[in-house]
Design a protein around this ligand. Sequence first.
Ligand SMILES: Cc1ncc(COP(=O)(O)O)c(C=O)c1O
Length: 493
Amino acid sequence: MDFRSVYSADHLARMLVATGAKSGPLHHRLSTGIAELIDRGELPPLAVLPAERALADALLVSRTTVVTAYHALRESGRLQRRRGSGTWVSAATPGSKRETVSGSELAGDHLASSFLNGPLATVDFANAALPSLDLVADVSAGLTGADYRALAMDHHGYHPRGLPTLRERIAAWYSAAGTPTAPDEVLVTSGAQQALELIARGCLHPGDGVVVEEPTYRGALEAFSRQGSRISSVPVDRDGLDTDELDRVLAGGRSTRLVYVQAAANNPTGAVCSENRRRRLVAAVKRSEAVLIDDTSLMGTTFRGDPPPPLLTGAGDRVITVGSMSKLFWGGLRLGWLRAPSRVISRLAQVKGGTDLGTSLVSQEIARRLFDHIDDAAAERRKGLDAGFATLTDLLADHLPDWTWAEPRAGASLWVRLPQGDATHLAQVALRFGLALLPGAVFSAEGRTDDHTRLPYALPPHVLQEGVLRLARAWRAYTDGGLREMSLTTAVT
Ligand SMILES: Cc1ncc(COP(=O)(O)O)c(C=O)c1O
Protein backbone atom coordinates (compact mmCIF):
# COMPACT_ATOMS: atom_id res chain seq x y z
CA MET A 1 0.00 0.00 0.00
CA ASP A 2 1.27 3.49 -0.86
CA PHE A 3 1.10 6.00 2.02
CA ARG A 4 2.57 8.93 0.09
CA SER A 5 0.50 12.12 0.00
CA VAL A 6 -0.49 13.20 -3.48
CA TYR A 7 -0.77 16.93 -4.19
CA SER A 8 -3.08 18.11 -6.95
CA ALA A 9 -1.99 20.99 -9.18
CA ASP A 10 -4.63 23.32 -7.66
CA HIS A 11 -3.62 22.39 -4.12
CA LEU A 12 0.06 23.09 -4.84
CA ALA A 13 -0.86 26.34 -6.59
CA ARG A 14 -2.66 27.54 -3.44
CA MET A 15 0.25 26.52 -1.24
CA LEU A 16 2.57 28.51 -3.47
CA VAL A 17 0.46 31.64 -2.92
CA ALA A 18 1.56 31.50 0.72
CA THR A 19 5.24 31.55 -0.19
CA GLY A 20 4.91 35.11 -1.46
CA ALA A 21 6.11 37.03 -4.49
CA LYS A 22 9.60 36.23 -5.75
CA SER A 23 11.96 37.87 -8.20
CA GLY A 24 13.89 36.55 -11.19
CA PRO A 25 12.83 34.39 -14.11
CA LEU A 26 9.56 32.53 -13.76
CA HIS A 27 11.07 29.03 -13.51
CA HIS A 28 13.38 30.34 -10.75
CA ARG A 29 10.41 31.81 -8.84
CA LEU A 30 8.62 28.51 -9.10
CA SER A 31 11.57 26.38 -8.01
CA THR A 32 12.28 28.76 -5.11
CA GLY A 33 8.65 28.60 -3.97
CA ILE A 34 8.55 24.79 -4.09
CA ALA A 35 11.96 24.60 -2.38
CA GLU A 36 10.60 26.77 0.43
CA LEU A 37 7.59 24.49 0.88
CA ILE A 38 9.87 21.46 0.99
CA ASP A 39 12.41 23.06 3.35
CA ARG A 40 9.66 24.15 5.74
CA GLY A 41 8.27 20.63 5.80
CA GLU A 42 4.94 21.68 4.28
CA LEU A 43 5.57 19.41 1.31
CA PRO A 44 6.69 16.31 3.24
CA PRO A 45 9.24 13.72 2.10
CA LEU A 46 7.80 11.42 -0.58
CA ALA A 47 4.92 13.81 -1.37
CA VAL A 48 3.91 13.23 -4.99
CA LEU A 49 3.87 16.43 -7.07
CA PRO A 50 1.48 17.10 -9.94
CA ALA A 51 2.41 16.34 -13.53
CA GLU A 52 4.18 19.19 -15.34
CA ARG A 53 1.32 19.90 -17.73
CA ALA A 54 -1.27 20.05 -14.90
CA LEU A 55 0.87 22.37 -12.77
CA ALA A 56 1.58 24.60 -15.77
CA ASP A 57 -2.19 24.93 -16.35
CA ALA A 58 -2.88 25.70 -12.69
CA LEU A 59 -0.15 28.35 -12.53
CA LEU A 60 -0.83 29.82 -15.96
CA VAL A 61 2.78 29.26 -17.05
CA SER A 62 4.26 27.29 -19.91
CA ARG A 63 5.11 23.62 -19.47
CA THR A 64 8.77 24.46 -20.08
CA THR A 65 8.72 26.68 -16.98
CA VAL A 66 7.59 23.77 -14.81
CA VAL A 67 10.01 21.34 -16.49
CA THR A 68 12.92 23.74 -15.82
CA ALA A 69 11.82 24.31 -12.20
CA TYR A 70 11.44 20.57 -11.50
CA HIS A 71 14.84 19.97 -13.10
CA ALA A 72 16.51 22.55 -10.81
CA LEU A 73 14.84 20.96 -7.79
CA ARG A 74 16.15 17.55 -8.82
CA GLU A 75 19.63 19.02 -9.23
CA SER A 76 19.46 20.42 -5.70
CA GLY A 77 18.39 17.00 -4.38
CA ARG A 78 14.90 18.07 -3.29
CA LEU A 79 12.95 16.11 -5.93
CA GLN A 80 13.19 12.73 -7.54
CA ARG A 81 11.60 11.40 -10.66
CA ARG A 82 11.14 8.04 -12.33
CA ARG A 83 9.60 7.58 -15.73
CA GLY A 84 6.08 6.27 -15.26
CA SER A 85 6.03 7.03 -11.50
CA GLY A 86 6.02 10.83 -11.64
CA THR A 87 7.87 13.33 -9.46
CA TRP A 88 8.08 13.25 -5.70
CA VAL A 89 9.88 14.96 -2.81
CA SER A 90 13.11 13.18 -1.86
CA ALA A 91 13.11 11.13 1.34
CA ALA A 92 15.87 13.27 2.86
CA THR A 93 16.09 16.76 1.40
CA PRO A 94 18.97 19.22 1.85
CA GLY A 95 17.23 21.98 3.78
CA SER A 96 14.20 20.19 5.19
CA LYS A 97 13.24 20.27 8.83
CA ARG A 98 12.76 16.97 10.62
CA GLU A 99 9.12 17.55 11.51
CA THR A 100 6.47 17.85 8.85
CA VAL A 101 3.14 19.61 9.06
CA SER A 102 0.47 16.96 8.75
CA GLY A 103 -1.78 17.78 5.84
CA SER A 104 -5.56 17.87 5.88
CA GLU A 105 -7.55 17.83 2.69
CA LEU A 106 -8.85 21.41 2.77
CA ALA A 107 -8.42 23.54 -0.30
CA GLY A 108 -5.72 26.15 0.21
CA ASP A 109 -4.25 24.33 3.14
CA HIS A 110 -1.18 25.94 4.73
CA LEU A 111 -2.36 29.45 3.93
CA ALA A 112 -2.36 30.06 7.66
CA SER A 113 1.42 29.99 7.38
CA SER A 114 1.18 33.46 5.83
CA PHE A 115 0.38 34.67 9.34
CA LEU A 116 3.46 32.96 10.72
CA ASN A 117 5.88 34.10 8.06
CA GLY A 118 5.05 37.78 7.85
CA PRO A 119 3.88 39.85 4.91
CA LEU A 120 3.61 37.82 1.74
CA ALA A 121 4.34 40.49 -0.80
CA THR A 122 4.79 44.21 -1.11
CA VAL A 123 1.03 44.64 -0.89
CA ASP A 124 -0.67 42.10 1.34
CA PHE A 125 -4.38 41.66 0.61
CA ALA A 126 -4.30 38.14 2.02
CA ASN A 127 -4.64 39.33 5.61
CA ALA A 128 -7.77 41.06 6.91
CA ALA A 129 -6.53 41.80 10.45
CA LEU A 130 -7.43 45.14 12.00
CA PRO A 131 -4.78 47.61 13.20
CA SER A 132 -4.39 48.12 16.95
CA LEU A 133 -6.35 50.98 18.49
CA ASP A 134 -4.32 53.64 20.34
CA LEU A 135 -6.43 52.77 23.35
CA VAL A 136 -4.49 49.53 23.71
CA ALA A 137 -1.17 51.38 24.00
CA ASP A 138 -2.69 53.92 26.42
CA VAL A 139 -4.23 51.29 28.66
CA SER A 140 -1.09 49.11 28.58
CA ALA A 141 1.10 52.11 29.45
CA GLY A 142 -1.18 52.71 32.44
CA LEU A 143 0.10 49.56 34.16
CA THR A 144 2.53 50.65 36.86
CA GLY A 145 5.31 48.79 38.63
CA ALA A 146 2.92 48.37 41.54
CA ASP A 147 0.31 46.77 39.23
CA TYR A 148 2.86 44.25 37.95
CA ARG A 149 4.05 43.50 41.49
CA ALA A 150 0.44 42.98 42.60
CA LEU A 151 -0.09 40.55 39.72
CA ALA A 152 3.08 38.66 40.56
CA MET A 153 2.41 38.60 44.32
CA ASP A 154 -1.23 37.58 44.13
CA HIS A 155 -0.75 34.85 41.58
CA HIS A 156 1.70 32.05 40.93
CA GLY A 157 1.10 32.87 37.27
CA TYR A 158 -0.73 29.73 36.11
CA HIS A 159 -4.48 30.00 35.65
CA PRO A 160 -5.76 27.55 33.03
CA ARG A 161 -9.27 29.03 33.37
CA GLY A 162 -8.04 32.61 33.26
CA LEU A 163 -7.31 35.46 35.65
CA PRO A 164 -10.25 35.40 38.10
CA THR A 165 -10.79 39.17 37.87
CA LEU A 166 -10.99 39.01 34.06
CA ARG A 167 -13.46 36.11 34.18
CA GLU A 168 -15.58 38.17 36.59
CA ARG A 169 -15.37 41.16 34.24
CA ILE A 170 -16.43 39.14 31.19
CA ALA A 171 -19.28 37.53 33.13
CA ALA A 172 -20.43 40.96 34.37
CA TRP A 173 -20.35 42.29 30.78
CA TYR A 174 -22.66 39.51 29.54
CA SER A 175 -24.91 39.94 32.58
CA ALA A 176 -25.19 43.69 31.97
CA ALA A 177 -26.16 42.92 28.35
CA GLY A 178 -29.15 40.94 29.68
CA THR A 179 -27.86 37.37 29.94
CA PRO A 180 -26.88 36.52 33.52
CA THR A 181 -23.47 34.83 33.45
CA ALA A 182 -21.29 33.47 36.27
CA PRO A 183 -17.47 33.57 36.22
CA ASP A 184 -17.37 29.76 36.16
CA GLU A 185 -19.16 29.89 32.81
CA VAL A 186 -16.16 31.72 31.30
CA LEU A 187 -12.81 30.33 30.13
CA VAL A 188 -10.11 32.75 28.99
CA THR A 189 -8.18 31.56 25.93
CA SER A 190 -5.17 32.67 23.89
CA GLY A 191 -7.34 34.18 21.18
CA ALA A 192 -10.57 32.90 19.64
CA GLN A 193 -8.50 30.54 17.50
CA GLN A 194 -7.44 28.63 20.62
CA ALA A 195 -11.07 28.60 21.78
CA LEU A 196 -12.01 26.85 18.52
CA GLU A 197 -9.13 24.40 18.86
CA LEU A 198 -10.23 23.55 22.41
CA ILE A 199 -13.82 22.98 21.25
CA ALA A 200 -12.61 20.77 18.39
CA ARG A 201 -10.35 18.74 20.67
CA GLY A 202 -12.73 18.62 23.62
CA CYS A 203 -16.03 17.99 21.82
CA LEU A 204 -15.29 16.16 18.56
CA HIS A 205 -14.35 12.60 17.68
CA PRO A 206 -13.11 11.61 14.22
CA GLY A 207 -16.09 11.22 11.91
CA ASP A 208 -18.41 13.54 13.91
CA GLY A 209 -20.62 15.78 11.79
CA VAL A 210 -20.02 19.54 11.86
CA VAL A 211 -22.16 22.05 9.95
CA VAL A 212 -20.50 25.33 8.99
CA GLU A 213 -21.47 28.41 7.03
CA GLU A 214 -20.24 28.87 3.45
CA PRO A 215 -18.16 30.94 3.22
CA THR A 216 -16.71 30.79 6.72
CA TYR A 217 -13.62 31.51 8.80
CA ARG A 218 -10.71 29.47 7.56
CA GLY A 219 -9.19 28.84 11.03
CA ALA A 220 -12.40 27.11 12.15
CA LEU A 221 -12.37 24.82 9.10
CA GLU A 222 -8.79 23.88 9.89
CA ALA A 223 -9.53 23.19 13.58
CA PHE A 224 -12.52 20.94 12.75
CA SER A 225 -10.79 19.14 9.90
CA ARG A 226 -7.70 18.41 12.02
CA GLN A 227 -10.06 16.51 14.31
CA GLY A 228 -11.20 14.40 11.38
CA SER A 229 -14.77 15.70 11.35
CA ARG A 230 -17.26 15.38 8.50
CA ILE A 231 -17.94 18.97 7.46
CA SER A 232 -21.14 20.06 5.67
CA SER A 233 -21.84 23.62 4.57
CA VAL A 234 -24.87 25.89 4.55
CA PRO A 235 -24.74 29.07 2.44
CA VAL A 236 -24.66 32.56 3.92
CA ASP A 237 -26.47 35.52 2.34
CA ARG A 238 -26.79 39.14 3.46
CA ASP A 239 -29.05 38.11 6.41
CA GLY A 240 -26.80 35.36 7.71
CA LEU A 241 -26.93 31.62 7.16
CA ASP A 242 -29.75 30.07 5.15
CA THR A 243 -31.87 28.47 7.90
CA ASP A 244 -34.05 26.51 5.42
CA GLU A 245 -30.94 24.78 4.16
CA LEU A 246 -29.76 24.26 7.76
CA ASP A 247 -33.08 22.52 8.51
CA ARG A 248 -32.52 20.25 5.53
CA VAL A 249 -28.96 19.36 6.54
CA LEU A 250 -29.93 18.70 10.17
CA ALA A 251 -32.88 16.54 9.09
CA GLY A 252 -30.59 14.55 6.74
CA GLY A 253 -29.66 10.99 7.62
CA ARG A 254 -26.40 11.57 9.50
CA SER A 255 -26.13 13.08 12.97
CA THR A 256 -24.56 16.49 13.56
CA ARG A 257 -22.44 17.16 16.63
CA LEU A 258 -21.71 20.88 16.15
CA VAL A 259 -23.19 23.77 14.19
CA TYR A 260 -20.59 26.55 13.82
CA VAL A 261 -21.93 30.03 12.95
CA GLN A 262 -20.83 33.66 13.15
CA ALA A 263 -24.16 35.30 13.98
CA ALA A 264 -22.60 38.63 15.03
CA ALA A 265 -20.79 39.06 11.71
CA ASN A 266 -19.41 36.60 9.20
CA ASN A 267 -15.76 36.54 8.15
CA PRO A 268 -15.36 36.96 5.15
CA THR A 269 -18.73 38.44 4.01
CA GLY A 270 -19.46 40.88 6.87
CA ALA A 271 -23.10 39.64 6.89
CA VAL A 272 -24.91 40.06 10.22
CA CYS A 273 -27.52 37.42 11.08
CA SER A 274 -31.01 38.98 11.10
CA GLU A 275 -33.31 38.71 14.12
CA ASN A 276 -35.58 36.30 12.29
CA ARG A 277 -32.70 34.07 11.21
CA ARG A 278 -31.27 34.09 14.76
CA ARG A 279 -34.62 32.78 16.08
CA ARG A 280 -34.86 30.14 13.36
CA LEU A 281 -31.24 29.08 13.87
CA VAL A 282 -31.78 28.53 17.60
CA ALA A 283 -35.05 26.65 16.96
CA ALA A 284 -33.38 24.39 14.36
CA VAL A 285 -30.53 23.53 16.71
CA LYS A 286 -32.95 22.83 19.59
CA ARG A 287 -34.83 20.33 17.44
CA SER A 288 -31.55 18.48 16.77
CA GLU A 289 -28.93 16.92 19.02
CA ALA A 290 -26.30 19.43 17.95
CA VAL A 291 -24.43 22.02 20.01
CA LEU A 292 -24.33 25.54 18.57
CA ILE A 293 -20.96 27.31 18.43
CA ASP A 294 -21.43 31.06 17.95
CA ASP A 295 -18.14 32.73 17.06
CA THR A 296 -18.61 36.42 17.90
CA SER A 297 -15.00 37.41 17.16
CA LEU A 298 -16.15 40.23 14.86
CA MET A 299 -18.42 41.69 17.55
CA GLY A 300 -17.88 45.44 17.82
CA THR A 301 -17.07 45.90 14.13
CA THR A 302 -20.62 46.69 12.95
CA PHE A 303 -20.52 49.88 10.90
CA ARG A 304 -23.94 49.69 9.22
CA GLY A 305 -27.14 49.51 11.29
CA ASP A 306 -27.49 48.56 14.93
CA PRO A 307 -24.99 46.18 16.54
CA PRO A 308 -26.45 42.69 17.10
CA PRO A 309 -27.00 41.31 20.64
CA PRO A 310 -23.84 39.69 22.07
CA LEU A 311 -25.44 36.26 22.56
CA LEU A 312 -27.76 33.85 20.78
CA THR A 313 -30.40 33.26 23.44
CA GLY A 314 -33.08 30.62 23.74
CA ALA A 315 -31.02 27.47 23.21
CA GLY A 316 -30.27 27.07 26.94
CA ASP A 317 -27.06 25.20 27.59
CA ARG A 318 -26.72 24.09 23.97
CA VAL A 319 -24.76 27.22 22.97
CA ILE A 320 -21.03 27.85 23.29
CA THR A 321 -20.07 31.47 22.55
CA VAL A 322 -16.56 32.38 21.38
CA GLY A 323 -15.28 35.93 21.94
CA SER A 324 -12.10 37.82 21.08
CA MET A 325 -10.28 41.08 21.76
CA SER A 326 -8.52 40.85 18.38
CA LYS A 327 -10.95 42.67 16.11
CA LEU A 328 -12.15 45.31 18.52
CA PHE A 329 -8.77 46.11 20.13
CA TRP A 330 -5.72 44.20 18.84
CA GLY A 331 -4.84 40.67 17.74
CA GLY A 332 -1.43 40.98 19.39
CA LEU A 333 -3.00 40.66 22.82
CA ARG A 334 -3.81 37.04 21.90
CA LEU A 335 -6.85 37.21 24.10
CA GLY A 336 -10.17 35.45 23.60
CA TRP A 337 -12.69 33.52 25.65
CA LEU A 338 -15.44 30.93 25.73
CA ARG A 339 -18.82 31.27 27.42
CA ALA A 340 -20.50 27.90 28.06
CA PRO A 341 -22.18 25.87 30.85
CA SER A 342 -19.74 25.40 33.73
CA ARG A 343 -19.35 21.63 33.16
CA VAL A 344 -18.27 22.32 29.55
CA ILE A 345 -15.89 25.03 30.77
CA SER A 346 -14.34 22.57 33.25
CA ARG A 347 -13.73 20.01 30.52
CA LEU A 348 -12.27 22.53 28.10
CA ALA A 349 -10.14 24.08 30.88
CA GLN A 350 -8.47 20.69 31.29
CA VAL A 351 -7.64 20.63 27.58
CA LYS A 352 -6.38 24.21 27.82
CA GLY A 353 -4.23 23.39 30.88
CA GLY A 354 -2.63 20.54 29.00
CA THR A 355 -1.89 22.86 26.10
CA ASP A 356 -0.32 25.93 27.67
CA LEU A 357 -1.10 26.06 31.46
CA GLY A 358 -2.93 29.33 30.89
CA THR A 359 -2.83 32.61 28.98
CA SER A 360 -0.39 35.42 29.88
CA LEU A 361 -1.60 37.26 33.00
CA VAL A 362 -0.21 40.56 31.69
CA SER A 363 -2.38 40.34 28.55
CA GLN A 364 -5.33 39.37 30.72
CA GLU A 365 -4.86 42.36 33.04
CA ILE A 366 -4.69 44.70 30.02
CA ALA A 367 -7.81 43.04 28.59
CA ARG A 368 -9.64 43.45 31.90
CA ARG A 369 -8.98 47.19 31.80
CA LEU A 370 -9.92 47.41 28.10
CA PHE A 371 -13.38 46.07 28.92
CA ASP A 372 -14.12 49.55 30.38
CA HIS A 373 -13.54 51.02 26.88
CA ILE A 374 -15.62 48.71 24.70
CA ASP A 375 -18.10 51.40 23.62
CA ASP A 376 -15.34 53.89 22.69
CA ALA A 377 -13.49 51.20 20.76
CA ALA A 378 -16.63 50.18 18.83
CA ALA A 379 -17.26 53.85 17.91
CA GLU A 380 -13.69 54.22 16.64
CA ARG A 381 -13.92 50.98 14.66
CA ARG A 382 -17.21 52.08 13.13
CA LYS A 383 -15.57 55.26 11.82
CA GLY A 384 -12.42 53.55 10.52
CA LEU A 385 -14.21 50.65 8.84
CA ASP A 386 -16.81 52.90 7.24
CA ALA A 387 -14.03 55.03 5.73
CA GLY A 388 -12.00 52.00 4.58
CA PHE A 389 -15.08 50.43 3.00
CA ALA A 390 -15.82 53.66 1.09
CA THR A 391 -12.21 53.97 -0.14
CA LEU A 392 -12.02 50.37 -1.34
CA THR A 393 -15.40 50.34 -3.08
CA ASP A 394 -14.66 53.68 -4.81
CA LEU A 395 -11.36 52.27 -6.07
CA LEU A 396 -13.05 49.11 -7.31
CA ALA A 397 -15.74 51.13 -9.07
CA ASP A 398 -12.99 53.11 -10.87
CA HIS A 399 -10.60 50.29 -11.74
CA LEU A 400 -12.66 47.08 -11.80
CA PRO A 401 -16.16 48.35 -12.64
CA ASP A 402 -17.65 44.94 -13.44
CA TRP A 403 -16.73 43.41 -10.06
CA THR A 404 -19.59 42.99 -7.59
CA TRP A 405 -19.80 42.26 -3.88
CA ALA A 406 -22.17 41.59 -1.02
CA GLU A 407 -22.64 44.78 1.06
CA PRO A 408 -21.03 44.07 4.45
CA ARG A 409 -22.53 45.44 7.65
CA ALA A 410 -19.52 44.58 9.78
CA GLY A 411 -15.97 43.31 9.70
CA ALA A 412 -12.95 44.38 7.71
CA SER A 413 -13.34 42.60 4.38
CA LEU A 414 -15.28 42.67 1.15
CA TRP A 415 -16.40 39.38 -0.39
CA VAL A 416 -16.17 40.10 -4.10
CA ARG A 417 -17.41 37.99 -6.98
CA LEU A 418 -15.22 37.68 -10.05
CA PRO A 419 -17.15 38.26 -13.27
CA GLN A 420 -15.38 35.22 -14.74
CA GLY A 421 -12.59 32.73 -14.04
CA ASP A 422 -11.48 31.55 -10.62
CA ALA A 423 -9.61 33.17 -7.78
CA THR A 424 -6.97 30.46 -7.34
CA HIS A 425 -5.61 31.28 -10.78
CA LEU A 426 -6.07 34.99 -10.28
CA ALA A 427 -4.09 34.78 -7.01
CA GLN A 428 -1.19 33.23 -8.93
CA VAL A 429 -1.24 36.06 -11.44
CA ALA A 430 -1.59 38.68 -8.69
CA LEU A 431 1.58 37.38 -7.02
CA ARG A 432 3.47 38.21 -10.17
CA PHE A 433 2.25 41.78 -9.81
CA GLY A 434 3.41 41.96 -6.20
CA LEU A 435 0.00 41.44 -4.60
CA ALA A 436 -0.91 38.64 -2.20
CA LEU A 437 -4.55 37.61 -2.54
CA LEU A 438 -6.61 34.85 -0.93
CA PRO A 439 -8.60 32.62 -3.28
CA GLY A 440 -12.24 32.29 -2.21
CA ALA A 441 -11.87 28.49 -2.11
CA VAL A 442 -10.06 28.70 1.22
CA PHE A 443 -13.26 29.90 2.93
CA SER A 444 -15.23 26.82 1.94
CA ALA A 445 -14.96 23.31 3.38
CA GLU A 446 -15.37 21.91 -0.13
CA GLY A 447 -13.24 24.57 -1.85
CA ARG A 448 -16.39 25.69 -3.65
CA THR A 449 -16.40 29.48 -3.44
CA ASP A 450 -13.53 30.08 -5.85
CA ASP A 451 -15.53 32.51 -7.97
CA HIS A 452 -14.89 34.94 -5.07
CA THR A 453 -11.96 36.57 -3.36
CA ARG A 454 -11.74 38.49 -0.07
CA LEU A 455 -10.40 42.05 -0.11
CA PRO A 456 -9.45 43.75 3.17
CA TYR A 457 -10.28 47.42 3.76
CA ALA A 458 -8.84 48.16 7.22
CA LEU A 459 -5.70 49.44 5.49
CA PRO A 460 -4.35 52.96 4.91
CA PRO A 461 -5.79 54.61 1.74
CA HIS A 462 -2.45 54.60 -0.10
CA VAL A 463 -2.08 50.84 0.45
CA LEU A 464 -5.64 50.23 -0.74
CA GLN A 465 -4.93 52.34 -3.80
CA GLU A 466 -1.69 50.53 -4.70
CA GLY A 467 -3.30 47.15 -4.05
CA VAL A 468 -6.30 47.83 -6.28
CA LEU A 469 -4.05 49.17 -9.06
CA ARG A 470 -2.02 45.95 -8.96
CA LEU A 471 -5.19 43.90 -8.78
CA ALA A 472 -6.59 45.64 -11.86
CA ARG A 473 -3.34 45.02 -13.77
CA ALA A 474 -3.34 41.37 -12.69
CA TRP A 475 -7.01 41.04 -13.68
CA ARG A 476 -6.29 42.42 -17.16
CA ALA A 477 -3.37 40.03 -17.61
CA TYR A 478 -5.48 37.13 -16.34
CA THR A 479 -8.48 37.83 -18.55
CA ASP A 480 -6.42 38.73 -21.64
CA GLY A 481 -4.90 35.27 -21.41
CA GLY A 482 -1.56 36.47 -22.78
CA LEU A 483 0.18 35.81 -19.52
CA ARG A 484 2.14 32.72 -20.40
CA GLU A 485 4.21 34.69 -22.87
CA MET A 486 4.52 37.74 -20.66
CA SER A 487 7.96 38.62 -19.35
CA LEU A 488 7.93 38.54 -15.58
CA THR A 489 10.17 41.50 -15.19
CA THR A 490 7.47 43.60 -16.84
CA ALA A 491 4.73 42.01 -14.73
CA VAL A 492 6.10 43.17 -11.39
CA THR A 493 6.08 46.94 -11.43
C1 LIG B 1 -14.36 34.50 12.84
C2 LIG B 1 -13.02 34.46 13.50
N1 LIG B 1 -12.83 33.65 14.54
C3 LIG B 1 -11.65 33.58 15.16
C4 LIG B 1 -10.57 34.34 14.74
C5 LIG B 1 -9.26 34.23 15.48
O1 LIG B 1 -9.17 35.33 16.31
P1 LIG B 1 -8.06 35.48 17.46
O2 LIG B 1 -7.10 36.50 16.97
O3 LIG B 1 -8.83 35.95 18.66
O4 LIG B 1 -7.44 34.14 17.68
C6 LIG B 1 -10.72 35.19 13.65
C7 LIG B 1 -9.57 35.98 13.17
O5 LIG B 1 -9.55 36.44 12.05
C8 LIG B 1 -11.98 35.26 13.01
O6 LIG B 1 -12.17 36.06 11.95
